[in-house]
Design a protein around this ligand. Sequence first.
Ligand SMILES: Cc1cc2nc3c(=O)[nH]c(=O)nc-3n(C[C@H](O)[C@H](O)[C@H](O)COP(=O)(O)OP(=O)(O)OC[C@H]3O[C@@H](n4cnc5c(N)ncnc54)[C@H](O)[C@@H]3O)c2cc1C
Length: 457
Amino acid sequence: MAESKKFKVGICGGGIGGLVCALAISQHSDIDVDIFESAKSFTEVGAGIGLWPRSWDILKKLGLEDALQQAAQQQLSDLEGNSSLNRSYKIPTSSVPTFNYRKSDQASGIDITTIYAKSGGLLSFYRPDFQNVLLQHLPSTCNLHVSKRIRSYFILESGRIELAFEDETTAIVDVLVGADGIKSAVRRTLLTQEAQNFRQRGSISRATEVQSSVDAIWSGIVAYRTVIPSDLLGKHYPNHPVLTQPTHYLGRNTHVISYPVAQGRLVNFAAFHARYDLDDTTFEGSWNSTVPKQELTDLFRGWEPSVRALVECASDPLKWAIHTVKPLNSYVSSTGAVALLGDAAHGMEPFQGVGAGNGIEDAYVLAAVLGHPKTRKENLNQMLSVYDEIRRPFATDIAYRSREAGKAFALHIENQEFDASKLQDLQQLMETVRERWEYCWNTTLNIDIDIDLKLAP
Ligand SMILES: Cc1cc2nc3c(=O)[nH]c(=O)nc-3n(C[C@H](O)[C@H](O)[C@H](O)COP(=O)(O)OP(=O)(O)OC[C@H]3O[C@@H](n4cnc5c(N)ncnc54)[C@H](O)[C@@H]3O)c2cc1C
């Protein structure tokens, strides 16, 4: 590490959260950053991702706006075989119809409502393209290591942290960021060590509670994800609504969301099937796997034609068992400087489309804390608690809101008076969904103010 650097950060996991964290920290030239990714290369699932204005605002601050817009424009040129095509993609700044909602588990569906969102609404990307932009913007000073799967870590007497990888190699850093996703090995080590500390102090119940959050839990929900070529869908069902307008088709315990990505070249398809009675049970089998198309077709038997057309075009669906992380008591270690971020900290149900968005917020806040003039190698542990104080209450609340949104989309309503056959009841339900969601487009992250307030004497 060069003399001028104040400390070295090791980020385990090169998903969206880890990459944005590296980008944000790299803006502070006095911090060294290394990313350790377990896979052989940086890859993202071939599906869409939606980001709300709150997250987009951060990406703009990181200087990614033009590149993300350019990536979308590039695809349009490629698609039309015309590199001189001069059509620029501009994200609208006004209030836009974000999702149409329909009740669709019947032969003839009904329109429920449209949710409008300010500041451009939901911005949709093809995940691999989004990840490419992040990778391209990492400065050469950020060291990327692939095939480095962290197994555990140790806090050394000096306070520095030794990372132990599955390939028996090690690395030493001052700050460890666990951005290693829902099955996080960093979370496992952190919570196991915290539980041990409680046990040594005789707090057996606290130890048991902490230990119970190590493993992610199954929500009882599975998702079926793929992308559909737009021209295929257009041939199958001319002028299908999702070719231009994101639409969410609702039914009892099953729903499907679909929207155009890659400047309209593809349509993202994500269907969900919920068994809330199986919440917090063990999911048998692989958490993600390809499944026979028939499994999907069977779920949508009897649904309205526009949904069945989507299902018919959805080839090779990947089935994901949706797991979540129990709300943690802390995102940071009590000794040393270890912080969890993204799904490793708060893997949540995906029904507000904010899992990655919250990872982006974590990354930005963490970088702001680490880059703060008051942060030094000697007070890292104390400063990380500021990150925890800002992010944990917010993300815990959002995880709850996402879960409630999922129940609404699955028409799984405990109120006995709710009647899914009444348009008025459905509209009232969606109004509640909107109210709990509007922070995504009505608020921004005022992080510099928050950090200064927390650090005020
Ligand atoms: C169906 C579905 C739809 C979704 N839609 C949206 C959406 O529209 N908008 C949104 O904001 N969010 C959405 N999400 C949530 C979003 O996908 C996740 O929250 C986000 O991808 C998590 O990013 P991450 O970087 O924290 O973790 P991950 O993406 O899981 O990345 C973790 C990285 O760490 C690596 N890794 C794993 N273990 C180790 C290890 N031991 N050592 C080193 N590296 C390791 C992995 O290879 C991976 O690269 C959706 C989720 C689902 C399931």
